[in-house]
Structures are given as C-alpha cells and as structure tokens.
Design a protein around this ligand. Structure first.
Ligand SMILES: Cc1cc2nc3c(=O)[nH]c(=O)nc-3n(C[C@H](O)[C@H](O)[C@H](O)COP(=O)(O)OP(=O)(O)OC[C@H]3O[C@@H](n4cnc5c(N)ncnc54)[C@H](O)[C@@H]3O)c2cc1C
Length: 481
C-alpha cells in the first residue's frame, strides 16, 4: 500500500528517525508529558514497525529474565550472578506498566493484539547444567521478582510443562527445568504500529513514510537541520528541530556517524542476522504452550541461546525454534550490502580490528552456522524436540541485529551484545545502538533519555507527576541527571 508524500513541517520540537518500537515509545512518552510538543517522524519503509520490531523478525519474548540463562552467568568460581536478570526483570516491569497505561487511556484498545500470556521455562540436560539450574533457581526464588518460579528434575512434570520437549527423549538423560507461568509473548510490531497510529492522530505529530533520513547538521542556534529523501520520487528536503532521536535500528550507526557530536567517535557495528525453523504442523504447534530456553553452546554469542517458542502472531498461534545465525553485510533486513563496508571510518577502524581479533570464537561460530543444512538445523532442534521431523519445519528469515563495537582504553575495541544509548553532551541528539534485551526494555531505555535530553522539564512537578502516573516503578529509581 503506497502512501502519498506529505509536505515536511519546517520546524518541530522533536524529530524521530525511524518508526520502530524505540521511536514509537519515545514519541508516546513525550506526547504524554507535554501534549503541546511537536514531533516529526521519518520512516523509510511503507509501514511502521516492520524491521527488527516486526513479530517475525524477533523472538517476541517479553524479556523478564525468567528463562534466559545468558542473563545469569556462572562465574569461574562456580557462583552465579543474577544481577543482570534482576535489572532486566525490573525494566520489563516498567514496560508492562507503561503498556497498561496505554490500554487504560484507550490509546490501544485490545492488549491481546500485542501481548499474550505464555509460560517461560529453562530446560537443561547433563549433570553440570542441572546443578547450575538448581543453584540459579535457589538464588532467584529469593527475589520477589522470581518468587513464583518452580523447579523440577521430574520428567513427568517437565512433560506437563512442555510435552514435545520430553516425548522421545532418552529416559536415562538427567534433565531439569524451571517454570514461570506469568511469562509473556509480545508482538512488538503490532505494539509499534498501535503507538504510531495513535501518534498520527495527535495534534502536532506528523509521520512520513517512504522518507529516509540522510543527515543532520547543527543549525548554529543549538538545534539541528535534518535532511531527508523521498524513496518514492528521490526528492530531497530539510526541516529544523530542537532534538533528534536516531531510532533507525541497525541503520542508527550510519546516522550517528553523520551527527557532528564528539560522542559518535569510536563506534562500529557488526551485523548478525537470524534464522528460525518455523513449524508447519498444526498438531505440534497446538501441543506446545511455552517459551523454553536452553543454554547456548560454548563459544556462541549470548543472543544465540536456542529456544522453542510458542508465539502469537496476528491472532494465530505459531511455533519457532532458533535463532540460528546468518551473515549479511546489511545493517537492516531491507538494507544495503554496502552497509558494513560504508560504516568503517577512520575513528572506528582500530576498535573494529581489535574487536575482531578478540572475537575469534564468534567468527568460528558464525562460519559453522553458515555451513548448516536443513538437516543439521533439524538435528539441533531434536536436542529440544527429540521427535522433530524435517518435513514439519521450514526456514524463515528473522531480523538483522547490529552488535555494537566500541573503543575501549584497555582492550582497544570491544564487541558488545547489549543496547547502548549515545547522548550528545548538550542533550540535543540521542541514538540507540544494539539490540539486546531490546524491545522489551524500550520503555526504560527511552525514559532514561529524559533527564539527559529534557533535563529542565524532567525536574518539573508536572513531568514528575505524569511519569509517576505512567510508570510508578520507574520513578522509584528515576535518574535525576
Ligand atoms: C533475531 C532477533 C530476535 C530478537 N528477539 C527479541 C526478543 O525476544 N525480545 C526483545 O525484547 N527483543 C528482541 N530482539 C531485539 C528487538 O527486535 C530490537 O531491539 C528492537 O526491535 C529494536 O527496535 P528499534 O526501534 O531500535 O529498531 P527497528 O524496529 O529496526 O526500527 C528502526 C526503523 O527505522 C527505520 N529506518 C532505518 N533507517 C532509516 C532512515 N535512514 N530514515 C528513516 N527510517 C529509517 C527502519 O525502516 C525501521 O522501521 C530481537 C532481535 C532479533 C534480530
């Protein structure tokens, strides 16, 4: 469905580059805090939320750290660190509060369009892993965030939680699982479109589709001139704004490099694409009702933790396994093969080389993933679903992640698997790099920008009161500067 090109608004308070979950969330937060604020959104595709935020492009896990074992690493001395899990669980609660607020205010009518209840389980086999899971459970259940977690080594109980995981499994195998009934599956694409449609109807908000943001230059008065191009007719145009948020997903790095701020220096990106095995057999899809996360194999990056995942996508139940890694030099699924080569600049060359040298296991892992055939992938699936048959599964492309590479004084350059928010010293530009835990923590990430980018307003009673109304939990620990 192609959309007519709308004239640009010459000057607004805010420009949001990209219409993914991050920009949509920030737009809604700002509009709630200040109904008079003017916002212009530029999206290069025809529809919002169709890159990484789209339901098929991510795993849709409401990352609450109930089942993701990479958030609770085991240290060399055998102890388990659950601090990251606690932080992510708290951030997801903030997201839930904000989404509940959107529903309560009738911005989004039907929450079932974007969120559904799906139990979260961790499942492991082998004595070492079972010992790890038991220890993890004992630590986690002490936190009120995880007090509902249950643990078992009883195969019959696990079979109740996830029948397809136990059917056909070697009876002698030692296994263990944890279970959280209150887990969620989130259609971040539907949520993004819900918020963008809402913004479109608000006074002072203009959303442009098929318009690519190209550049941003300081206007000499503390604001920014933003340069854009229509992807329908190639016409270029510009507008002016006080604040720019670069929420262009994988393409954020390109735009950040164009912003003349000192904070842009030293950042690079490494793209990793994802692939799912999608179940075609309705009987199996119906039988499974959980997100079951396992342990990533040695040497593989944290985002490659395998999981067999019940999904609810556009009203239909689905079943996905993965992600497997793929490689493309594109920074967006709908991007260009020149994205990676074009991102290499003088200021990030050394960090990228150092990060590359230090991440040989990742390179080896990616090469091994690229060599996989359908049968190899189904063999990996059989570790989770022993009775899986090749004919019941097909390969489906997921989204593109761009892992952050950044300058590091000690190491020269490091590869990060998390999310990084870059903010200009004067707070007039902010950018979100990376993609993990990603969409689930979008609300906390965007609220975190406020004291840096809207410092004065954030301190006002009116903003503080509204923030408390939208997300009481976040306000408990709201950063003041
Ligand atoms: C395989 C995979 C699994 C994942 N699983 C999960 C999960 O289970 N749970 C979770 O919470 N997160 C998950 N994530 C991460 C999550 O998908 C992302 O963190 C999140 O969607 C990023 O949102 P965004 O708004 O930053 O980017 P995007 O959703 O990619 O949006 C960016 C938008 O900007 C537009 N754009 C790009 N360049 C320009 C430009 N120059 N001008 C105008 N528009 C532009 C794009 O077209 C796009 O619409 C996963 C990601 C992947 C790839």
């Amino acid at each position: 469905m192609s959309q007519a090109i709308r004239p640009l608004v010459p000057k607004t308070d805010v420009v949001l580059m990209g219409a993914g979950i991050m920009s949509a969330t920030l737009g809604m937060i700002l509009k709630e805090l200040n109904p008079d604020i003017t916002i212009q959104i530029f999206e290069r595709l025809e529809v919002a939320g169709t890159e990484s935020s789209d339901a098929w492009n991510n795993a849709g896990t409401g990352h609450s750290a109930f089942c993701e074992l990479n958030y609770t690493p085991q240290k060399a001395d055998g102890s388990i660190d659950i601090s990251k899990a606690v932080k992510i669980a708290e951030q997801f609660e903030v997201s839930r509060e904000f989404w509940a607020y959107l529903v309560q205010k009738k911005y989004i009518n039907d929450p079932s369009e974007f969120i559904s209840s799906v139990p979260h389980s961790s499942f492991v086999w082998g004595n070492d892993n079972v010992n790890y899971l038991r220890k993890r459970y004992e630590l986690m259940k002490q936190s009120p965030l995880f007090s509902d977690m249950t643990y078992t080594e009883d195969k019959k109980v696990i079979e109740k939680w996830a029948p397809i995981v136990m059917q056909g499994r070697d009876e002698k195998e030692t296994v263990a699982a944890t279970h959280m009934a209150m887990g969620t599956d989130v259609n971040f694409g539907a949520l993004t479109r819900g918020m963008i449609h809402c913004l479109e109807k608000m006074k002072g908000v203009t959303v442009h589709y098929n318009i690519e943001a190209l550049d941003l230059d300081p206007d000499g008065k503390g604001g920014w001139n933003v340069f854009v191009k229509s992807l329908l007719n190639g016409e270029k145009d510009k507008c002016n704004t006080k604040f720019v948020f670069i929420g262009a997903g994988g393409a954020t790095l390109h735009l950040l490099k164009r912003a003349e701020i000192k904070e842009r220096k030293g950042y690079g990106g490494f793209p990793v694409s994802g692939l799912w095995l999608k179940c075609l057999n309705e009987k199996i899809i119906k039988q499974h009702d959980a997100k079951v996360y396992g342990k990533a194999s040695v040497g593989s990056p944290p985002m490659s933790v395998p999981h067999i995942d019940s999904r609810m996508i556009d009203g239909k139940k689905e079943l996905l396994f993965g992600p497997f890694a793929g490689f493309s030099t594109k920074f967006l699924k709908n991007g260009s093969l020149m994205d990676l080569p074009k991102s290499i600049k003088f200021d990030n060359l050394l960090p990228m080389i150092f990060a590359g040298v230090k991440n040989v296991p990742l390179t080896k892992y990616l090469i091994s993933q690229l060599k996989l055939t359908h049968e190899d992938r189904v063999a990996a699936l059989r570790e989770y679903v022993p009775n899986a048959q090749s004919k019941d599964w097909e390969l489906k492309e997921a989204g593109q992640r761009v892992q952050v590479i950044k300058k590091d004084k000690k190491e020269g350059g490091i590869l990060e698997f998390g999310t990084e928010v870059v903010v200009a010293e004067d707070g007039t530009v902010a950018a979100l790099l990376g993609a993990s835990p990603g969409a689930s923590t979008a609300v906390a990430a965007m609220l975190g920008l406020l004291p840096k980018c809207f410092a004065k307003q954030s301190k006002t009673e009116a903003w503080q009161a509204k923030l408390k109304e939208m997300t009481p939990l976040f306000c408990v620990s709201l950063p003041k500067e």
